[in-house]
Design a protein. Structure first.
Ligand code: NI
Length: 165
């Protein structure tokens, strides 16, 4: 299992670099990220969250946890509409807040072998992809909250970290 960084850890603000080499080490990392995400449990995990600063994310928004999706060097090429979803994040445990995102997106990315993929997503999958892509540029869903609310979240998590030792 990989260790998930938690807000306000400054490493979560790192901008990820594109993946250039699709090798065995990358596959090992992807497999470890899936294991960590499913165990958490969560529906998405960006490499940034496990302190690897490459443009890589894993997702599975299915109920049965049988639809793993890897997106490498993802780019949103189309976006339409607006939806509001109550988001959470493995790096901001116990906090949930409404965030506004595009309702439908089209994403171009590479799969684990470097082959191009194009994915059209709406609803929860679209939310999850946009949330995870934010991690790759050092952004967290709490950044969409008011400064006052974000400060309350930071204090709550710092208190929890102190209590956990
Ligand atoms: Ni997150």
């Amino acid at each position: 299992m990989l260790t998930i960084l938690e807000f306000p850890d400054p490493r979560l603000r790192t901008k990820a670099k594109p993946v250039a080499v699709f090798d065995k080490a990358l596959h090992t990392l992807i497999d470890a990220m899936f294991a960590t995400m499913y165990a958490a449990p969560g529906i998405g995990l960006a490499a940034t969250q496990v302190n690897v600063h490459q443009q890589l994310l894993v997702l599975d928004v299915s109920e049965e946890k049988n639809a793993p999706l890897v997106l490498i060097n993802p780019k949103i090429v189309e976006r339409d509409g607006v939806q509001v979803y109550q988001e959470g994040c493995l790096s901001v445990p116990g906090i949930f807040a409404d965030v506004e995102r595009a309702e439908r997106i089209v994403v171009e990315a590479a799969d684990r072998d470097g082959k191009p993929v194009r994915i059209e997503a709406d609803g929860l999958l679209a939310v999850c992809i946009q949330h995870e892509m934010d991690h790759l540029v050092g952004k967290l869903f709490v950044d969409y909250l008011s400064p006052l609310k974000r400060e309350l979240v930071r204090k709550k998590l710092e208190k929890a970290h102190r209590e956990a030792g």
